[in-house]
Design a protein around this ligand. Structure first.
Ligand SMILES: *Cc1c(COP(=O)(O)O)cnc(C)c1O
Length: 415
C-alpha cells in the first residue's frame, strides 16, 4: 500500500477505508493480492448489482470483443445500441406502460445529472432546481450545487448556485410534513423561492444516509412539480436497476417522472454507462447540445442488454431481491434491538442503513469488519450510517456470513 501513498493523489478514498490490493473478484467475493478473501457489501457503491464478473453477462461481452464489433463509436448508430434500446423498451418500459426516449450521456452519473438539469432549464426557461437536504447527485458543478454535503460543496471552490434546498421526507421528524411545506413555499408568490425548472429527488438517499421517502411524500412532491410547471426528475443512479426490489425505485409509488437518471448498475458489469429517460414531448434538445466522447459505449450497452435479458424478463429476480431484503432487515433489526434503542435500521429492498448515531462507532465497526473480511462502507452527513449494499445476486450463506461479521465488529466496538 505504501507505493499507492507515494504514487497516487491524496484524494483517493476507498483505498484508505479498505487498505488491501484487490486483484480478483467473482460474485460477492473479492480476493486480495496476498490471498485474503473478502465479502463485498459495497458492490462498487451500487455499480455491481449483479455481482463482480458475472459470468453470464461476461459471455456476451467477450463474444462481442472477439467479433471485432464496434466498441467506440461516439454516439453513432450501432447494432449494439439498437438492441439495447429495443430490449430496454420492450422488457422494462413497455411492461410498465412507460413511454420515454433514451439519451446517452457521458459515462458518469454526474454527467447524466448535468444533462437532466440542463434539459429542465431549457424546457421551462427557468433556472432554479429544487433539491433536498442530504441529497447527492455527483461531483460536477451543476450536480454538486444540488447536493447537500458541505465537505464536497466546499471542495468545489466556487460559489454554487442554481439550486434551493428543501427538507427531505422526515427531515423535520413528525413536526412538519415537508411535502406540504414544499408545496406551500412554491405556491406562495412571496416565499422568496424562485419558480423551479425541476424538482430533483432520490427515492432513497444513498450517500445521504439511507433516508427513505414514503410513497405519499413522493406522490405529493410529484404533484407539486406538475402544479408549478416544473419537471419531476428521479435520480435513480444508485437505487435503480433493482436495488430496492423493482427495476425502478419509484415503481412502488406508481410515479411517472419526467426524467429518470440511470447509471451505476445500468451496464450490469461495472462498465461506465449513463443515460436519461426523457418523457415523450420533453425532448427539447437541439442536435449536439449535450455531447461527449464516451456516450453509450458499445461494450457497456452489450452487457446492459445481457443483464436485462437475464434478470428482468420474469418477476423471479425481483421477488428474490425483496425476500432477501426482508431477511437482511430482520437480521439488522435484531442486532439493533440488542442495544436498547440506540441504533436505527432504515432502507428498502436490498439497500439498508444501520445508523450508529456517531461517526466513531460507525468508523470503528466498519474498520473491524474489514479486518474480519467484510467490505462495508459508511454514509450520511458525518459518515455515521453503515451502508449495506450487497450484490442482488448474493447467496444467503455469504450474506449471513457478512452480517455475522458486522454483528461481531459492532459488539467489539460498543462493548
Ligand atoms: C453515485 C451517484 C451519482 C454520481 O454518479 P458518478 O458516476 O459518481 O458521477 C449521482 N447520484 C446518485 C444518487 C448517486 O448515487
Amino acid at each position: 500500500m505504501q507505493a499507492f501513498e507515494i504514487l497516487e493523489s491524496n484524494v483517493r478514498s476507498y483505498s484508505r477505508s479498505f487498505p488491501a490490493i484487490l486483484s480478483r473478484a467473482r460474485g460477492s467475493i473479492m480476493l486480495t493480492e496476498d490471498g485474503r478473501k473478502l465479502i463485498d457489501f459495497l458492490s462498487g457503491a451500487g455499480a455491481l448489482n449483479y455481482g463482480h464478473n458475472n459470468h453470464r453477462i461476461k459471455e456476451a461481452i467477450t463474444e462481442y470483443l472477439a467479433s471485432d464489433a464496434v466498441v467506440h463509436g461516439l454516439d453513432m448508430a450501432t447494432p449494439a445500441k439498437l438492441e439495447f434500446m429495443q430490449t430496454f423498451s420492450s422488457v422494462i418500459l413497455r411492461e410498465r406502460d412507460m413511454q420515454y426516449r433514451f439519451q446517452f450521456t457521458g459515462p458518469t452519473g454526474a454527467n447524466a445529472v448535468e444533462a437532466a438539469l440542463k434539459l429542465s432549464r431549457k424546457v421551462t426557461g427557468r433556472q432554479n432546481i429544487i433539491s433536498f437536504t442530504h441529497g447527492y447527485h455527483g461531483m460536477s458543478l451543476g450536480a454538486i450545487a444540488a447536493s447537500g454535503n458541505r465537505f464536497y460543496r466546499t471542495a468545489s471552490g466556487v460559489s454554487l448556485s442554481g439550486a434551493t434546498f428543501m427538507p427531505f421526507d422526515g427531515y423535520l421528524e413528525q413536526v412538519v410534513d415537508t411535502a406540504d411545506y414544499l408545496r406551500t413555499v412554491l405556491m406562495d408568490e412571496g416565499s422568496g423561492i424562485d419558480r423551479p425548472a425541476a424538482i430533483l429527488v432520490e427515492t432513497v438517499q444513498g450517500e445521504g444516509g439511507i433516508n427513505v421517502a414514503s410513497k405519499e411524500w413522493l406522490q405529493s412532491i410529484q404533484a407539486t412539480a406538475k402544479d408549478v410547471g416544473a419537471l419531476f426528475i428521479v435520480d435513480d443512479i444508485q437505487m435503480g436497476c433493482g436495488r430496492t426490489g423493482e427495476f425502478f425505485s419509484f415503481e412502488f409509488a406508481a410515479l411517472s417522472p419526467d426524467i429518470v437518471v440511470l447509471s451505476k448498475s445500468l451496464s450490469g458489469y461495472g462498465l461506465p454507462l449513463s443515460m436519461l429517460l426523457i418523457k415523450e414531448g420533453l425532448d427539447a434538445w437541439r442536435p449536439g447540445e449535450h455531447t461527449g466522447t464516451f456516450r453509450g459505449n458499445n461494450l457497456a450497452l452489450v452487457s446492459a442488454t445481457a443483464a436485462i435479458n437475464l434478470y428482468w424478463r420474469s418477476r423471479t429476480f425481483s421477488q428474490g431481491v425483496q425476500s432477501i431484503g426482508e431477511l437482511m432487515r430482520r437480521r439488522l433489526e435484531a442486532i439493533a434491538s440488542e442495544y436498547e434503542n440506540s441504533f436505527a435500521v432504515r432502507g428498502r429492498g436490498m439497500v439498508l442503513g444501520f445508523d450508529c448515531r456517531t461517526t466513531e462507532v460507525a468508523e470503528a465497526t466498519t474498520r473491524k469488519a474489514f479486518e474480519k473480511g467484510l467490505i462495508v462502507e459508511r454514509c450520511g452527513p458525518v459518515d455515521q450510517v453503515v451502508k449495506f449494499l450487497p450484490a442482488l445476486t448474493i447467496d444467503v450463506q455469504t450474506l449471513n456470513q457478512g452480517l455475522e461479521i458486522f454483528e461481531e465488529a459492532l459488539a467489539e466496538t460498543v462493548r
